[in-house]
Design a protein around this ligand. Structure first.
Ligand code: ADP
Ligand code: MG
Length: 286
């Protein structure tokens, strides 16, 4: 890991909270000075964004979506990003995952800037270090549940290595599916599964490469509230028992309240809020 990704960036040494005070931000202290002032009791940031800006342009329409977003999640934290529909939650998550590039600013992972890496390195990080789940699951319809879970390994290892390791891989996929309560659906195709079951399969797929961060875009958005709670219970358990870092986007306050850290996207910037703010929030988040 360290050979592949030399630790050269600033995120680990940061002692600044995620704020919007971009304009007022003082010049950053040199790396060594900041490292010596680091509070050892504070968890290390693992993934973050600095002053991210993103504008979409379509024909004559210019849509500024992010206008200087600062965000970070520490190792083992469960972070929720809330905001109204169209506020840029998915855009931010896609930028964090390097699925899209910012116009300005930077994304840092494990102490290194990643948004400007060559495509092959970004692909490697996404495949090995990030797990992703989506509102509509994005399972491959022709594959069974367990084949979907195995797909990231087939992609990363290639045919020959995958074939050599297939027994261990299959055992691990089955174990993960058991962990998410899906051991009775190993050979089912997505069309034979319920929404909750498809999301469980998507979680197992996201975990097969033992990622360091799980990025979730409205993971309960297509589920009834009880099934959504079951998915949240799996995510909370992964976060607590395996210290999996999670960044979850949701428009649902009740879901977001279960995270350790909550930020709200509004007018292209983020503000910190807590569970109490969400409970008493007069603005309906939809
Ligand atoms: P959210 O996830 O909070 O609902 P999104 O990040 O999906 O919001 O979108 C934010 C805004 O950016 C919306 O107004 C949306 O229409 C616009 N947008 C998102 N993706 C694109 C795109 N690829 N091209 C043009 N506009 C886009
Ligand atoms: Mg969205």
């Amino acid at each position: 890991m360290s050979d592949f990704f030399p630790r050269s960036s600033t995120l680990h040494e940061s002692e600044e909270p995620a704020t919007n005070a971009v304009a007022e931000r003082p010049a950053r202290a040199p790396l060594a000075a900041r490292a010596s002032r680091r509070d050892p009791s504070r968890p290390e940031p693992i993934l973050g964004a600095r002053r991210l800006a993103k504008t979409y342009r379509k024909n004559k329409h210019v849509v500024p979506v992010l206008r200087g977003v600062d965000f970070e999640v520490a190792t083992g934290q469960f972070a929720a990003i809330v905001g109204q529909s169209g506020s840029g939650k998915s855009t931010l998550l896609h930028l964090l995952a390097t699925l899209d590039a910012p116009d300005e600013g930077r994304v840092e992972f494990d102490g290194r800037r990643i948004d400007n890496l060559p495509a092959a390195e970004r692909d490697w990080i996404r495949n090995q270090q990030f797990g992703m789940i989506f509102q509509f699951y994005h399972l491959l319809p022709e594959l069974t549940a367990i084949e979907n879970v195995l797909a990231p390994l087939m992609i990363s290892e290639g045919v020959f290595r995958y074939w050599r390791n297939r027994r261990q891989h299959t055992a691990r996929a089955a174990e993960l599916m058991d962990q998410v309560g899906l051991s009775h659906r190993l050979r089912h195709k997505p069309r034979e599964m319920s929404g909750g079951e498809m999301q469980r399969a998507a979680i197992a797929r996201a975990l097969i490469t033992q990622p360091r961060v799980l990025l979730a875009d409205e993971p309960t958005g297509n589920l009834d509230s009880q099934t959504g709670e079951e998915i949240m219970s799996i995510l909370r358990d992964l976060n607590k028992s395996q210290e999996l870092t999670i960044v979850m986007v949701t428009h649902d306050n009740a879901i977001a309240q279960q995270a350790d850290v909550i930020v709200r996207l509004k007018e292209g910037r983020v503000e910190r809020c807590d569970a109490e703010d969400l409970r008493t929030s007069s603005t309906h988040v939809a």
